[in-house]
Write a protein that binds this ligand. Structure first.
Ligand code: PLP
Length: 343
């Protein structure tokens, strides 16, 4: 028997502020369940644990790719077929100045790579509040500060432009825009996108445009607009993936589309690809679902939107029938949060 005592293995200090509220809370709920309490989990944005199913033609495409032997490593940036399909999707989104496309293990990894390749110690990135915790978790992991700007409830949860102006400093490198937004479900107007793009232009900011819910627009009269389409000259990384629109979060397939002026974004693209090579590649067989997803039948979306719309309407009706509650109806995505005022 060795005589020295094994010491506790401390986690790195930079993890102290890494939180992921949604999944951290699930641990508390698990404890309660173990104690015998009945817990109704409504907390994780996974459509597949409710009554949504991955479209069959996508499952078939992944199955076929495995049978066809696509089980080795993929190219670091993504398979040719996937990159072409995402390029086509960018064109349909009206993004005319695409300079690069890359595939990742979910949008989560694309965000991680996009931030790590851009931000130096001492610099900051503006993230929306209320937040989707991925951004603050990645920034904390990189030992970077979390600098928020408010989404304004009085203005249907649109970004508060005055606050953004106040928060920008010479050390601000980027601004995160989640549109449609998680958690609020708000959708940005063209005028809001133009004003944000103008701020980015004037302060040399990269825009991280998280558009993972761009096909989950609940009202027929409403339309999603990409900020990269509105501002072809501004450096924008537009994120998308299969997790939400295509109901396959477990496949971990996401991507980034980099647009802007070619010479301006060139060094950043090189940095991103250096990181992409260092982690080898994203999941390989699942990338074969990207082309059929983006170019094949979209019928499932009609059904998904119909279900989400009726659930949204029910939730809003219930909230607005209570004298103590009120609710701005979400226009996209699939979330509803109870607001708790803590005095
Ligand atoms: N971005 C937003 C706004 C999300 O809501 C989510 C998941 O809930 C993600 C990114 C993560 O997506 P992925 O599953 O592709 O990593």
């Amino acid at each position: 028997m060795p005589t020295t005592q094994i010491r506790e293995v401390a986690a790195a200090r930079r993890l102290d502020n890494v939180r992921y509220a949604i999944r951290d809370l699930a641990l508390v709920a698990d404890d309660l369940r173990r104690q015998g309490h009945d817990v109704l989990y409504l907390n994780v944005g996974d459509p597949n644990i409710f009554d949504f199913w991955t479209p069959a033609h996508l499952i078939e495409a992944v199955h076929k790719s495995m049978r066809d032997g696509k089980n080795g490593y993929a190219p670091s940036g993504g398979t040719k077929e996937a990159l072409e399909a995402i390029g086509g999707e960018a064109a349909r989104k009206g993004i005319t100045s695409v300079q690069d496309v890359f595939v990742t293990s979910g949008v989560s990894e694309a965000v991680d790579v996009g931030l790590a390749a851009l931000v130096n110690p001492g610099e900051n990135v503006l993230t929306p509040r209320p937040d989707y915790p991925l951004y603050s978790a990645v920034l904390s992991k990189l030992d970077l500060p979390v600098t928020t700007y408010d989404l304004n409830e009085e203005d249907s949860w649109q970004p508060d432009l005055d606050e953004i102006r106040r928060r920008i400093t010479p050390r601000t490198r980027a601004i995160v825009l989640i549109n449609p937004n998680n958690p609020t479900g708000s959708i940005c107007s063209r005028s809001m996108l133009e004003q944000l793009a103008d701020l980015a232009r004037r302060h040399n900011l990269v825009i991280f445009a998280d558009e993972i819910y761009d096909k989950l627009i609940l009202d027929d009269h409403s339309r999603h607009l990409s900020i990269a389409a509105v501002a072809p000259d501004v450096p924008v990384v537009t994120f998308g993936g299969l997790s939400k629109n295509y109901l396959a979060p477990g496949w971990r397939v996401g991507w980034g589309i980099i647009s802007g002026e070619a010479t301006a974004v060139k060094p950043y693209i090189e940095g991103i690809h250096r990181l992409l090579r260092s982690r080898l590649c994203a999941n390989h067989p699942e990338q074969y679902a990207i082309k059929p997803a983006l170019e094949g039948p979209q019928d499932h979306l009609l059904e998904v939107r119909k279900k989400l719309r009726s659930r949204r309407d029910l939730t809003v009706k219930w909230a607005n029938s209570s004298p103590r509650l009120s609710c701005v109806p979400p226009g996209g995505a699939f979330y509803a949060f109870r607001k708790i005022d803590i005095p």
